[in-house]
Design a binder for this molecule. Structure first.
Ligand code: 5AD
Ligand code: SF4
Length: 459
């Protein structure tokens, strides 16, 4: 099902009139992944259309939304802490509206807790409530009643006003939901089944962004490699990549996340022969133990994973690889963990995103017993970082002396220093004038550090 947001214009107008003539401020605070960042930009776009001015200042806001993440418990705890902290603001400003949206609020247990302990929350919006947001806000503003919407119908929303914030980079969601049910992960439960946007809708958005001066687009989905399967397409993602690559003005194309079970040779070949797709691949491994991969329901083994890496490196010798690793999955033994270290040494990732396993109620892994203690898991995590830091530094060191094109993203904290990214998505800092922000510049790498590269502008 597709919902056209243009149909919401009359409700948006009603909200506008309810807000009155005075300037009203809204803020959206984002937790979690890029998908959430993109959803927040849409909520911001809708709020702007309603007449709100966006702010980053909680004290100033008449409307506050927390767009939340449920992937790990720590993120949830942080959000609950922050919701508690809003109580005093609401006391000072009883007319303000507080909304909790995203993956956390999709869970029944969270709804119960919010209902019981946080009466100052006016709106609880699940992951599929965006289309109902204008009606929800109208109700809260006109009736001063709490609105809860955790509807579970999967749909695609098109023509949603979006606050692209005028930067040189943008996210474009190509699909929503996840069908994979990795045993540790809450995402399929809170974000529903996989559904792809039509290719035309995605391309139209990319073309619009190119017109706005955006230079880099990251195509988003929980598993971009299965893009289009629900539309009856074969090699849908490779085809989409080819089409985005044809759009003039888009200098860089990235995508995430790729599931190793679905990435095809065609996608790798398309990357290799494209004009603008960055030779950079985020390929979540999660664990280097075949036993664990099975228990995680990842549907590939290390041999299959390494065959993808081999193919990618053959086609693109300069490819940068990154991954996600979970440490301390309940059944992880020391030997399983050694398998993960071995994979780090074999693949030689440029960087990794590593997480300590977090138990998520309702997932199959939540019923598994732990074989390692917390201290053992923490020690594994530290060791993983130590190994990866060495590898990252070694790979960065190889960049010294190279001349690379970078996209300047902004000014760094250090006076007179700009921050940029190379095609591998590595951060490159160099001295330069602020007028270069948003531009592609050639830089010579002069010094490698573990997480960033230092460079100087080429004449
Ligand atoms: N605990 C820890 N990390 C998790 N991830 C997903 N679920 C969990 C969990 N329960 C990680 C995976 C995924 C990334 C986005 O978050 O590594 O790829
Ligand atoms: Fe979670 Fe696995 Fe889906 Fe990624 S692919 S969102 S880890 S269930």
């Amino acid at each position: 099902m597709t919902i056209d947001f243009k149909e919401k214009e009359s409700v948006i107008e009603k909200v506008k009139s309810l807000l009155g003539g005075e300037e009203k401020f809204a803020m959206v605070e984002t937790y979690g992944c890029q998908q959430n960042v993109n959803d927040s930009q849409k909520y911001e776009g809708i709020l702007e259309k309603m007449g709100y001015t966006l702010t980053h200042d909680r004290e100033k806001a008449d409307f506050i939304m927390f767009n939340t993440c449920a992937v790990r418990e720590n993120a949830e705890k942080k959000v609950f802490g922050n919701i508690g902290a809003l109580k005093h603001l609401k006391l000072k400003k009883p007319d303000m509206v507080i909304a909790i949206a995203g993956c956390m609020s999709q869970q029944e247990s969270v709804e119960k807790k919010l209902r019981r302990s946080h009466p100052h929350v006016d709106m609880i919006l699940g992951t599929r409530a965006m289309a109902d947001f204008p009606e929800a806000l109208e109700k809260v503003l006109s009736e001063r009643k709490r609105v809860i919407n955790r509807r579970e119908i999967d749909y695609i929303c098109e023509n949603v006003p979006t606050n692209y914030d005028g930067g040189c980079k943008a996210f474009v969601s190509i699909m929503y939901g996840c069908n994979n049910f990795c045993t540790y992960c809450i995402v399929p439960y809170v974000r529903g089944r996989e559904r792809s946007r039509s290719m035309e809708a995605v391309l139209d958005e990319c073309r619009l962004l190119a017109k706005k001066g955006v230079k880099e687009i990251t195509l988003l989905g929980q598993n971009v490699n299965s893009y289009g399967k629900d539309l009856g397409l074969t090699e849908g993602f490779a085809t989409l990549l080819c089409e985005v690559d044809k759009i003039d003005g888009i200098e860089r194309i990235r995508f995430m996340s790729s599931h190793p079970k679905d990435i095809s040779d065609k996608v790798l070949e398309t990357m290799a022969t494209s004009r603008h797709i960055c030779h950079q691949l985020h390929l979540p491994l999660q664990s280097g133990s075949d036993k664990l991969l099975k228990e995680m329901n990842r549907v590939y083994n290390t041999e299959k994973y390494l065959s993808i890496v081999k193919k990618a490196k053959e086609l693109m010798p300069d490819i940068a690889m990154t991954t996600d690793i979970i440490v301390g999955f309940p059944t992880e033994t020391e030997e399983d963990f050694e398998g993960t270290i071995k994979m780090l040494e074999t693949v030689k990732y440029d960087s990794i995103f590593s997480f300590i396993y977090s138990k998520r109620e309702g997932t199959p892994a939540a019923k598994m017993d732990f074989v390692a203690t917390e201290e053992e898991i923490k020690a594994r995590f530290d060791r993983l970082l130590e190994v990866q830091n060495r590898i990252s530094y070694e790979l960065n060191k190889k960049c010294e002396g190279e001349e690379q094109m970078v996209l300047v993203e902004g000014v760094s904290r250090e006076e007179g220093v700009l921050t940029s990214r190379n095609y591998q998505n590595k951060i490159v800092n160099f001295k330069g004038d602020e007028s270069l922000v948003g531009k592609m510049v050639k830089v010579k790498i002069t010094k490698a550090q573990t997480w960033i590269l230092i460079g100087e502008m080429c004449e």
